[in-house]
Write a protein that binds this ligand. Sequence first.
Ligand code: 3PG
Ligand code: MG
Length: 402
Amino acid sequence: MQTTEDLLAGDVRGKRVLVRSDLNVPLDADRNITDDGRVRASVPTIKALSDAGAKVIVVAHLGRPKGAPEEKYSLQPVVGRLSELLGRDVAFASDTVGESAKEVVAGLADGDVAVLENLRFNPGETSKDEAERGAFADELAGLADAYVSDGFGVVHRKQASVYDIATRLPAHAGGLVRAEVEVLKRLTQDPQRPYAVVLGGAKVSDKLGVIANLLGTADRLLIGGGMVFTFLAAQGHEVGKSLLEADQVETVKGYLEEAKAKGVEIVLPTDIVVADSFSADSPHETVAADAIPADKMGLDIGPESATLFADQLSDCKTVFWNGPMGAFELAPFAAGTPALAQALVDATKNGALTVVGGGDSAAAVRQLGFADSDFGHISTGGGASLEYLEGKTLPGIDILSK
Ligand code: 3PG
Ligand code: MG
């Protein structure tokens, strides 16, 4: 696999290098960046190329526009932040492969950096049709002399700027992609034990594949977030008005049995914060997890569960965490997620390798005031790291070794 270092070792001055970054950052209603973690993580590769005199063309997506321009998904807000972090001007093209992009690229001097508008404004980027994707990849490739894949958060996507382009230009793995994969290897190839995985978030159906695979690798699986209720239902408990994926109950029962047979501990919350409705001013109380009233909705793990989870992580040597423990955007249900984050911080201090997996979980811990250095690693890719742990082949990485 060729890397950015190989590219830098050659004569890169004056070469046009197309870098696929993941700049998919959360924005508020005024389109201010609320977590710039992905921009910061993208800087080292862009900076190294720019410092070496390459003409750097950064391509990325923001959100999920449907193949046509939409102002709210413009990458424009990211350009200013990237420019600040790089300490140099960054040009911006108002399209991806059109007149503006061609003009901006033609105007680049050695060491200059440009960002092109959202890749997903073009239907070819995400098309399932190989020919349509390929045609867009041809256009992208026409802008550059070399390609660097540095958007770890999208390596699980078989998309034009991630996959097809790598067959059209000399392709290189960027430092971010390689660093992320190195950490994930430590979770999958002979992890230090005990190895615990904490999964949260709303839907168990998003995590089925990874749970199935983890039953063969992890020692403990801690479950929080909305997923909990499908597990509690599988154990035969009432879950009231809580989020429940009724069609997954049987599958989850199977996991509980398989876990028992394999000696994997599945740790569920013992208490739950419940309310009448999904609202910050709804009256709330903490109840036992096996005694959720039929007219209540569970919205966070309770304090006893937070202590239990912390205890379960305290002797771990390896911990991976993806997904919030509760509806932490609403104050009364916001205690479980920071408690879990603190348990990871403590495990880190005890020498464990702790990994926060994912864009959303990463943004959450930073919003809660934790520092990146409190954890072993904060991944820039949620979906990508889960698919890696699931044992899937990631198209954007696979293609680089071909
Ligand atoms: C993410 O936010 O997880 C990545 O940027 C990938 O985005 P996607 O899930 O829309 O492909
Ligand atoms: Mg995402």
